[in-house]
Write a protein that binds this ligand. Structure first.
Ligand SMILES: NC(=O)c1ccc[n+]([C@@H]2O[C@H](COP(=O)([O-])OP(=O)(O)OC[C@H]3O[C@@H](n4cnc5c(N)ncnc54)[C@H](OP(=O)(O)O)[C@@H]3O)[C@@H](O)[C@H]2O)c1
Length: 262
């Protein structure tokens, strides 16, 4: 697939060490124009935008909450006015509400709704807003970023695992709904050493180092997954013309488990 001149929109891609920013960099390096969406991380996003622009492509910032239908419509209008088309969307947007599994009373309906909004409703509203533009492209795709939590039920919160499961189902449903013009896939990484952990582990560097070590030991490759590793998987999905409705697990072999002899 020729990426030069294509237009890519990435939601939740503003933080420097995020999966979205790593994906934007690969896309820009390969000649795609990029539109970076963020919500609170404007300063970091401006840096990501200028890094992408250094590859000689158009690189734009759109700040807004993609759980709001009007914001999604404005984003689609912004992209249409600027480029006249869109070829690929990567939804990296997501949030969690950490809560111990055994204490159901600590996770309220409102917490649940917020987590659902960013992980599921947002990507749905983006698909809705961009549907006409995507259908006009000859190489259209949407790639969602979910989590292995969707496959195992294990995460920081029951709401997050459930929402990521729903994001996987949304992917399958949209692959049906938008075919044959638009391919829709989802990548499910396990732990990624990204900006996701910056706030929960602020001023807890030692604890974070211990977590990295634990994560490393869990998989067959003895390594920690980086945003660039996930970006490579997304990049490959974007380019494959027969891939749609796929749920791609990315956990460095952790799902197989380590045999006792090793
Ligand atoms: N890191 C991991 O271990 C891991 C593992 C599995 C799956 N994932 C998934 O991978 C995706 C990307 O995460 P990441 O690791 O790159 O961390 P991240 O930098 O925290 O990415 C998530 C981004 O979502 C954005 N966001 C949240 N709500 C939003 C909204 N309503 N509208 C617009 N943007 C919103 C945040 O933007 P602002 O900062 O601008 O507010 C944030 O930058 C997420 O969906 C996450 O669930 C991460």
């Amino acid at each position: 697939m020729i990426l030069k001149g294509m237009v890519s929109v990435l939601t939740g891609a503003g933080r420097i060490n995020s999966i979205g920013a790593a994906t934007a960099r690969i896309l820009a390096k390969n000649g795609s124009h990029v539109v970076i969406n963020c919500l609170n991380s404007r300063l970091q996003a401006e840096q990501v935008v200028s890094e992408c622009a250094s590859h000689g492509v158009s690189s734009e910032l759109f700040v807004g909450d993609i759980t709001d239908v009007d914001v999604c419509k404005s984003l689609a209008t912004f992209v249409k006015d600027k480029f006249g088309k869109v070829d690929t969307i990567v939804n990296c947007v997501g949030s969690t509400h950490p809560a111990p599994y055994e204490k159901l009373e600590l996770l309220t309906a409102s917490d649940f709704m917020k987590v659902f909004s960013s992980n599921v409703i947002g990507p749905y509203l983006i698909a809705q807003a961009f549907q006409p533009l995507l259908k006009a492209s000859k190489i259209a795709s949407i790639t969602n970023v979910s989590s292995t939590a969707a496959l195992t039920g294990i995460s920081s919160s029951i709401a997050y695992a459930t929402a990521k499961g729903a994001e996987n189902s949304l992917t399958l449903a949209l692959a049906q709904a938008l075919s044959p013009e638009v391919r829709v896939n989802v990548v499910c990484p396990s732990f990624v050493d990204s900006s996701w952990w910056e706030i929960p582990f602020k001023d807890k560097q030692e604890k974070y180092e211990a977590l990295l070590q634990t994560m490393k030991e869990k998989n067959l490759l003895n390594r920690v997954i980086k945003p660039e590793d996930v970006a490579l998987a997304i990049f490959s999905v974007i380019q494959n013309p027969v891939m749609t409705g796929e749920i791609i697990r990315l956990d460095a072999g952790a799902h197989i488990g380590k045999s006792n002899s090793r």
